[in-house]
Design a protein around this ligand. Structure first.
Ligand SMILES: [Zn+2]
Length: 122
């Protein structure tokens, strides 16, 4: 992932809500801050450049999550209480995997709403 200034700006802007207003109780829950801020990057790109462009970012999230799994991180949970140092939870699981789960949840919700409308009209 090419990290540019705008990447940091949009990520940190989302921390105004998830990180500042909503704050994790402990390092174990840091994914609350980071997955929402990372997913916010996707939402911003979708708004600014369109879905196809934003989906390229999702592909990067998927790639990093898969690589992490291949390197032995597949069993890592989003919320972890078994870390040794706070830095241990600032990883692809807390950021990209969490963002992918938020995206999946969003897509499923839209699909259920659409299905509900279609069933209502049949
Ligand atoms: Zn962050």
């Amino acid at each position: 992932m090419k990290l540019t200034k705008i990447f940091y700006v949009r990520h940190e802007l989302f921390h105004q809500w998830f990180g500042d207003l909503v704050t994790a109780e402990s390092w174990s829950n840091i994914t609350l801050n980071e997955s929402f801020a990372t997913y916010g990057e996707y939402l911003w790109r979708e708004y600014k450049y369109g879905k196809a462009n934003a989906d390229e970012l999702l592909e990067e999230f998927i790639l990093y999550t898969r690589l992490n799994g291949m390197m032995g991180g597949a069993d890592k949970k989003l919320v972890r209480y078994d870390y040794h140092r706070a830095d241990d939870v600032f990883d692809v699981v807390s950021y990209q995997k969490g963002a992918l789960i938020l995206h999946m949840r969003s897509v499923m919700k839209l699909g259920m709403l659409r299905l509900g409308r279609e069933l209502k009209n049949t």
